[in-house]
Design a protein around this ligand. Sequence first.
Ligand code: SF4
Ligand code: SF4
Length: 236
Amino acid sequence: MKCIAKFNNVVNTLEQIYALFDTAMTAFPFACAKQCADCCTCNVTATGLEIAYIQDRLDDRALDDIRVRLDRAGQSLRYRPLQTTNGFALACMEGRDADEEENDPSWGTCPLLEDGICTIYPVRPLGCRVMMSTTPCRQTGRADMPFLALTITTVFMQFVEHLDAGGVYGSFLDLLEHAGNNALGCNGLPGKDNISGIVQNLKIPALMIPPEHVEKTRSLVQSLGSMIRKNEDRAM
Ligand code: SF4
Ligand code: SF4
């Protein structure tokens, strides 16, 4: 029973963080629009908790649709991160080089995209939400992010990972495929040893905020910190 209550608290906190992120991003003049979906590739990442959230919020029919789409796509080449955002922050603090990773948009489109529209849009992970650009990517061949927006998205990635510390992080599609037939624990998925190409989520070692953005992000960081503390208090 305690596990169910803890799970409900943590997915509710995740949902609040998504809402705060979506609101924060309205401050920027992004060109993103419905059916503009070049960023919807098979290379999106997620935490195990975000997969658990999707499974919790979607009904059986929608979950079946995901399984059919994953089976039909049969893609296996996709971005598999070697470290998490907080792992990268830790590596920077310790003066270690970041691991070399492979990532190529030509590996394919996300199988959850239908006619340019995301079939799970309201519950998509943060890895999808952070894909934004002030100019249409199709025109320039790249995403243009204002520096402050980049800082904010990094901070949210750090907090979402922290919320699922001890859980897993990896390819969104790998995690979805793995979660298909597994009962979910409080931390989303059973553990990184059960899935190849998956890394473990860490607590925030330090926030990656450049000095010029400290004031501009202060209130967001305070709100995120308060959400995390409330979740931790309820878990005790
Ligand atoms: S990130 Fe680029 S491709 Fe994706 S919706 Fe925005 S403009 Fe379109
Ligand atoms: S889950 Fe949705 S938003 Fe994310 S990459 Fe796939 S289609 Fe795009």
